[in-house]
Design a protein around this ligand. Structure first.
Ligand code: ZN
Length: 356
């Protein structure tokens, strides 16, 4: 099956200056209050992101707005531009995530019993027959519920005019529910804090206006051109997201491959979390072959953000050490283009509410 080949390929793939800052308290701007649930993970992520920023002598250093259990807020003496990290939740908002847990449990129960319809085994995502790929009746709506959770995530906010990043606690918890354990929900994802560190570095990318796509030119042959091809397909808002993604992936790649002897293997393995995130996102989308499901897999959730899977596939090019490692991106973009020409892309409400 194509999916299986795709997954194994993924697994083997990887064995300036900031505008003048305004003083602004995001708690006041957003009307939010401090949250505590995810502090430990957020502190770990800040520690990882700081090591990566220091390694590249970036003009940024992250500092938690709270003290962690060791009384440390990770402030550095040689900080150039201190970016304060807040962990916030809306006031008087106490989510229990019962609905989200229920959706995930339903999804995992179906996953255990998934059956491939042999007759349609080789149907591709652009062919109508793919809708009958799985025999499980009603899997589509179950996957759709989980994906709505994923599509609406807004883990962090920043204002390019202010030096802060606000992590949004409720969305961070939903992010952990989706990606903090195996797809079957069995065991904790080791090193989940690396996913959050990538998000923090992406936000720093928004703050670092001096970084441009040209700064990643020295990738193995063909990979830069691949990223540029993807970049050029995007509208200005999405380009800004892809620029911040490229910044995060570039720093991570330099860090993981630096010859500094004080870096442990454990430090360096953050580079794996980019293709892992691409694979996780892909696995959640794999089972819904309805028109709407395929649109969610290949189209963008909003006019401002590219599809999460697409973003991570593209970032994987930046951290790859293989030349012309464009297979996945080309397949993805090819399918996306073919689907966008289908009648249902404009007629089906689930599809027309998305962007491509
Ligand atoms: Zn962003």
């Amino acid at each position: 099956m194509r999916e299986v080949i795709f997954i194994s390929t993924l697994i083997f793939l990887f064995v300036g200056c900031n505008p003048k800052a305004r003083t602004e308290d995001p708690r006041e701007v957003l009307g939010f209050t401090d949250a505590t649930t995810m502090r430990e993970l957020a502190s770990k992520a800040i520690g990882i992101a700081n090591k990566i920023l220091e390694n590249q002598e970036q003009n940024f250093i992250l500092k938690a707005s709270w003290k962690d259990e060791q009384g440390n807020n990770h402030e550095s003496a040689k900080s150039v531009k201190t970016v304060e990290i807040y962990l916030l939740r809306p006031k008087n908002y106490y989510p229990t995530f019962v609905k989200e847990e229920g959706n995930l449990n339903d999804f995992r129960a179906e996953l255990e019993n998934i059956e491939i319809n042999k007759e349609h085994e080789y149907c591709g995502d652009t062919e109508d027959c793919v809708e009958n790929l799985y025999s499980n009746f009603g899997i589509g709506p179950i996957v759709a519920n989980v994906l709505k959770q994923q599509g609406s995530l807004e883990i962090a906010k920043t204002n390019p005019l202010s030096n802060y990043i606000a992590l949004i606690d409720g969305d961070l918890q939903k992010f952990q529910m989706l990606f903090g354990q195996s797809i079957f929900g069995e065991q904790d994802m080791p090193g989940f804090e690396n996913f959050i560190a990538i998000v923090l570095l992406h936000e720093i990318g928004h703050l670092n206006r001096s970084f441009s796509i040209q700064d990643i030119k020295e990738l193995p042959k063909g990979n830069f051109e691949g990223y540029v091809k993807y970049f050029n397909l995007l509208n200005p808002e999405k380009k800004e997201e892809a620029r911040a993604d490229a910044y995060a992936a570039h720093l991570i790649s330099k860090y993981a491959r630096s010859n500094k002897s004080d870096l442990t293997l454990d430090d360096r393995r953050i580079i794996l979390y980019i293709p892992i995130q691409a694979m996780y996102t892909y696995l959640y989308q794999l089972l819904d072959k309805s028109e709407g499901g395929r649109c969610r897999q290949y189209f963008d959730p909003t006019k401002t953000h590219p599809n999460l899977q697409l973003r991570y596939i593209a970032m994987s090019l930046i951290v790859s050490d293989k030349s012309n490692d464009l297979g996945q991106l080309s397949r993805y973009l090819g399918t996306r283009e073919s689907l966008s020409k289908k009648r249902f892309a404009t007629v089906n409400m689930e599809c027309s509410s998305l962007d491509f």
